[in-house]
Design a protein around this ligand. Structure first.
Ligand SMILES: Nc1nc2c(c(=O)[nH]1)N[C@H]1C(S)=C(S)[C@@H](COP(=O)(O)OP(=O)(O)OC[C@H]3O[C@@H](n4cnc5c(=O)[nH]c(N)nc54)[C@H](O)[C@@H]3O)O[C@H]1N2
Ligand SMILES: Nc1nc2c(c(=O)[nH]1)N[C@H]1C(S)=C(S)[C@@H](COP(=O)(O)OP(=O)(O)OC[C@H]3O[C@@H](n4cnc5c(=O)[nH]c(N)nc54)[C@H](O)[C@@H]3O)O[C@H]1N2
Ligand SMILES: [Mo]
Length: 739
């Protein structure tokens, strides 16, 4: 028996290896990682869903790309040997490139892949196609796609959602009230992209509360309040937070509480924003009564919230979910607008930070930039689409769509290549994707397990898990870097993505560019040396690669002082201006005005995401991140119970539905079967389902219970073209016989 430490997206763990087999896994002592998710690793690794050999769809094996895509997902998959598979894949890539050009190779391959930064599958696949000369890439992400773009416009960088945060050290003892739009659901603190050594968010919250911070949670669901926290709960209608933010800002202005000096010195375009708040531009003063009617909450609750934020130090936060909705850009811009009116941006414990409730280690306060990442190889002859426009691309190649004030021509993808993502989990309107997925000539997937995407490929290559190869892992948000030793031999004939691409690049004549002459060990040493030098340049002594290997974990020293978002800008707006046209926080954006978008005005404003959707007795469905897995990873293990649908007990009673029965959730795009769970801890008219269950598809009814069977893939707006999964209207009915 040997005990070794390694890392996954859901935390650091100790692995108990017996006779070369992974026997058990438990959280790295003191890490606070979730024992249930960590403990499921052996089951994932040895799952009967593992792909053990390369497979080719029977008709594709017979006829090649001329087989057509109709049988994807239903044809038999035939096991073949590696050489045969690699020869076919290399020849097919060359054929599509030569016949249609580089943009016909769609390899954006969105997805979280595994922890471990060298073997990060999505980085590997894009590097491989970059080395080949180019491909169609995907830009942005599903997590904070709208935020990225609006923040780049109004703050000059997406830092405030991608990494920078006012740290909890700065909140505790300074912040009088923390207002959390979208709440602080502890389930989201179980994971960090890249994996973390510390999962201490509940402690941070408790410590802040103990030092006097009062929490106000705005969410339709009370489980977005951590257990034991005495928070004020306000339950708005989904998609209406923007109206509340604007009304609070307007209330501060009318009470004379707006920080005019801050607005003057640090923002641009506040005049037009304030005029809008007061109704001078559209005749509608954004009063508390106005917002209360839109959000369907008590005006008095909003008045009390206004009282609370009118004095003292106020931290505002919004979960990432809030911008994963129609006009999601506006929600984030409105929060910045409210914070600007309060004037505490850049001060200890004040201003705003995005995502305290969305991911582990946000505000944990670690030195950034010390975790390696695999560099790309450019994308010379390629092109890029916004990540969530994949179905549009497949349906309307050649069409021009607006994006960020300019235009993108959607390419004609003939070969889809995916490694490290599961689009039949993450994309919206999966029945639409399933129809359009038949169109490309060839689809190739590297996977560990038979996901819905792997099942719908022509060629499937089995990939190792991070326990079957060596790597270096970590995340900038957390103060640890891990050497991740190979713990067990590959299961079946699985190979790491790097070895697969190396073999393909040898066949395609691009090996030198792709590998740079390095194998796994040489890459790890090279990537680490690069970070060690970067650390040294900042006066931090990092271990040598050999020492890192020996010691397994390097604990990075803590920063000298708590991080405060936009502190340098606050201190000296002329010396450290923002990278916006004005150098200031843009409360009216001349650039966005110049884009002249029909669906997005140039200042934070209320736009109704539900407009045009008559209620017709339907529900708003929130598809939330799963409590017990990471996206669709672990969905093939025993952690996956029946997919559940949360509904208020009174709504269920009114419809004659009872707890525990199977229901059909139906929308304009499709339907899914789920088990009904009634609760009293949510507002009426709203439902929650978890993302992650493996989509089974079928005839318009997903028996797998994936909420993306019913979501719509409309965009947030023509500015970002991001996912708007949370704007989803559904109906629910009892199912008598389960198909
Ligand atoms: N309705 C709705 N939809 C959503 C969301 C929502 O809130 N609502 N959230 C969205 C968000 S924020 C996200 S980030 C996405 C997540 O979507 P994804 O990132 O696509 O989801 P994962 O299940 O993490 O998919 C990763 C896949 O990579 C595989 N994999 C892991 N390691 C390796 C490896 O080393 N090699 C290879 N070849 N494969 C590997 C895993 O088995 C898994 O199938 O979903 C989005 N979809
Ligand atoms: N356990 C676990 N944790 C995860 C993940 C996972 O798969 N599993 N995925 C990670 C990833 S990739 C991401 S991007 C983050 C996403 O982080 P988030 O986007 O923050 O996560 P969600 O669960 O979608 O939403 C958080 C809460 O927002 C509330 N909410 C939704 N819509 C509204 C609204 O309109 N108004 C208000 N006031 N509240 C609303 C919901 O009740 C929900 O519980 O989570 C990360 N954390
Ligand atoms: Mo995400």
């Amino acid at each position: 028996m040997s005990l070794q430490v390694s890392l996954c997206h859901w935390g650091a763990f100790e692995a108990d290896i017996r006779a070369g087999r992974l026997h058990a896994t438990r959280p790295w002592p003191g890490s606070g990682a979730d024992p249930e998710m960590i403990g499921a690793l052996p089951e994932l690794v040895y799952s009967d869903k593992r792909i053990l050999r390369p497979h080719i769809r029977e008709s594709w094996l017979r006829q090649g790309h001329s087989a057509g895509g109709n049988g994807r997902g239903t044809d038999k998959m035939v096991p073949v040997d590696w050489d045969a598979a690699l020869n076919l894949v290399a020849a097919e890539i060359a054929r599509v490139r030569d016949r249609y050009g580089h943009s016909a190779l769609f390899a954006g391959s969105y997805g979280w892949s595994s922890a471990g930064r060298f073997h990060h599958a999505r980085s590997q696949v894009r590097r491989f196609f970059g080395a080949l000369g180019g491909f169609t890439n995907q830009t942005g992400n599903y997590s904070w796609g709208a935020a990225k773009i609006i923040l780049e416009e109004v703050l000059g960088s997406a830092d405030a959602v991608s990494g920078a945060a006012t740290s909890w050290d700065s909140i505790a003892g300074n912040t009088n009230v923390l207002v959390a739009f979208g709440g602080l659901n502890p389930k989201n603190w179980k994971v960090t992209s890249g994996g973390a050594g510390d999962h201490h968010m509940p402690d941070h919250v408790r410590q802040a509360a103990a030092k006097g911070t009062h929490f106000v949670v705005l969410s339709p669901f009370a489980d977005d309040i951590p257990d034991g926290l005495e928070a004020t709960w306000i339950a708005p209608r989904p998609g209406t937070d923007t109206a509340i933010m604007l009304a609070l800002a307007a209330e501060m202005v009318t009470r004379g509480r707006a920080d005019r000096a801050f607005l003057e010195r640090y923002t641009s375009g506040s005049g037009r924003f304030l005029a809008y708040l007061l109704g001078e531009t559209d005749g509608i003063p954004k009063t508390l009564a106005w917002a209360a009617a839109i959000a369907d909450v008590e005006e008095e609750a909003l008045r009390q919230l206004a009282d609370r934020i009118a004095t003292g130090r106020v931290m505002l936060t919004a979960s990432w979910s809030l911008q994963r909705a129609r006009y999601g850009e506006m929600t984030y811009w409105a929060l910045i607008g409210l914070a600007a009116v309060l004037g505490q941006i850049g001060q200890p414990g004040g201003g705003f930070t995005f995502g305290y409730g969305s991911l582990n280690a946000v505000g944990h306060g670690a030195i950034k930039g010390l975790v390696p990442s695999l560099p790309g190889c450019g994308n010379d002859a390629g092109t890029t689409i916004p990540v969530a426009r994949i179905s549009d691309m497949l349906e309307r190649p050649g069409t021009v769509i607006p994006f960020r004030g300019s235009e993108i021509r959607l390419p004609h993808a003939q070969l889809i290549y995916w490694a490290g993502g599961n689009p039949f989990h993450h994309a919206q309107d999966l029945f639409r994707l399933q129809r359009l997925w038949q169109r490309p000539e060839t689809i190739i997937v590297h996977e560990q397990v038979w996901t819905a995407t792997a099942e719908r490929a022509d060629i499937v290559l089995p990939a190792t898990t991070s326990l079957e190869r060596s790597d270096i892992g970590g995340t900038s948000r957390d103060p640890h870097v891990f050497y991740m030793p190979k713990l067990i031999d590959p299961v079946g004939e699985a190979r790491c993505d790097f070895d697969i691409f190396r073999a393909l690049s040898e066949r395609l004549g691009t090996a030198e560019r792709y590998t740079e002459g390095r194998d796994e060990a040489a890459w790890l040493a090279h990537l680490w040396e690069d970070r060690r030098r970067a650390a040294q340049a900042r006066g931090i002594q990092a271990p040598s690669f050999d020492d890192l290997k020996r010691q397994n974990v390097w604990t990075v020293p803590k920063p000298d002082r708590p991080e405060i978002l936009l502190e340098a800008f606050r201190h000296d707006p002329d010396g450290a201006p923002l990278a916006t046209p004005s150098g200031r926080i843009e409360l009216t954006s001349s650039r966005i005005a110049g884009y002249d978008l029909a669906d997005l005005p140039p200042h934070p404003a209320w736009l109704d995401p539900w407009e045009g959707e008559a209620d017709q007795d339907g529900f708003a469905l929130l598809s939330r991140q799963p409590r017990r897995f990471l996206h669709s990873q672990l969905a093939g293990t025993s952690l996956a119970g029946e997919p559940e649908l949360q509904m208020h007990g009174d709504d269920a009673r009114d419809r004659g539905l009872t707890d525990g029965t199977t229901v059909r959730v139906r929308s304009a795009t499709g339907s899914a079967l789920m088990t009904l769970r009634t609760t009293s801890r949510c507002r009426r008219g709203v439902l929650a389902a978890e993302t992650g269950p493996w989509f089974r598809g079928g005839d318009g009814v997903d028996t797998g219970g994936n909420p993306n069977a019913v979501t719509s893939d409309i965009a947030t707006s023509s500015l970002s073209q991001a996912t708007a999964a949370q704007t989803c209207r559904v109906w629910v009915e009892a199912v008598t016989a389960k198909p």
